[in-house]
Design a protein around this ligand. Sequence first.
Ligand SMILES: NC(=O)c1ccc[n+]([C@@H]2O[C@H](COP(=O)([O-])OP(=O)(O)OC[C@H]3O[C@@H](n4cnc5c(N)ncnc54)[C@H](OP(=O)(O)O)[C@@H]3O)[C@@H](O)[C@H]2O)c1
Length: 297
Amino acid sequence: MITVMGATGQVGSKIVRRLSAAGEQVRAVGRNPEALARLAADGAEVVAGDAGDADFLTRAFRGADAVHTLLPYSPTAPDFRAEQARLGEAIVTAIRDSGVRSVVALSSLGADLPDGTGFIAASLYPQEQRLRALDGVDVLFLRPTLFFESIVAAVDLVEAMGVNADVVDPDVAVPMIATRDIAEVAAAALRSRDWTGVAVRELLGPRDLTYTEATRILGAAIGNPDLQYVRLPDEEMIGALVQGGFSPDTAALHVEMGHALSAGAITPHEGRTPATTTPTRFEDVVSTLLPDRQETS
Ligand SMILES: NC(=O)c1ccc[n+]([C@@H]2O[C@H](COP(=O)([O-])OP(=O)(O)OC[C@H]3O[C@@H](n4cnc5c(N)ncnc54)[C@H](OP(=O)(O)O)[C@@H]3O)[C@@H](O)[C@H]2O)c1
């Protein structure tokens, strides 16, 4: 049996579907009742609860041959680092107390850097450190780059403003990836458990794209092929994010991550190789990621 945390999310839901289709017994952990019901209909055992509750997670992990973990992203948290630590510590406690021996942990490119990368340094760097300190547990860190969904997430704002906007340099190419490709790698690793100790796998998507190129692809999908990308001053970006529901703390971390991307600070160690390159292109999936057409596979 394999337990999948974040099973109602972008990556986790696709992992569950792949595992169920391969005939694996899956325990899907999430909160959203409708999304959990859909996974149950596909054959998964579903359990609902809070990722900050170590006892709940321990029960969800107990008896699993392998567990997929993720640190749920909390953009409204007044103190993002503290909230991520609360959730991260519960996950690590549950791994220890449940006795699970194989963990595939969804992390991020740049999670090897202790500072200067915004969200990543405030959440996934410390979470990797916590997981590395576990004794007798084989942990595979998946370090994907920016999800295509993160570009599409701005679509409501894009339609309201008539442009796409962020703080990232328009001319710097950044690797971007489809969550279905991350799920493919995660599901295969959860089934094979073919690593020992601590291992890292970087996942970079099919090619690097500038925000200008990614914006054009998004624009074509929403019937606006001339859609422009505009680089905003930090204060304007923070204001727009706060208006959209981010806490001031997380908005500032978003901006710091944007500067790290512009400076080329969030880079792969392995470089682009056949092993780090994944097949799905943004133009292949962009229309399935629009809010009224969310992909599930
Ligand atoms: N977005 C990017 O570009 C990017 C790039 C690299 C790495 N990452 C990392 O990827 C992870 C996010 O993966 P994702 O996009 O697949 O996630 P997602 O779609 O945001 O889904 C989050 C999942 O976690 C669950 N969840 C959230 N808060 C919870 C809580 N308090 N208790 C229990 N469950 C909770 C959600 O359940 P319900 O919906 O049922 O509540 C959902 O299943 C983050 O760690 C992020 O840092 C993201």
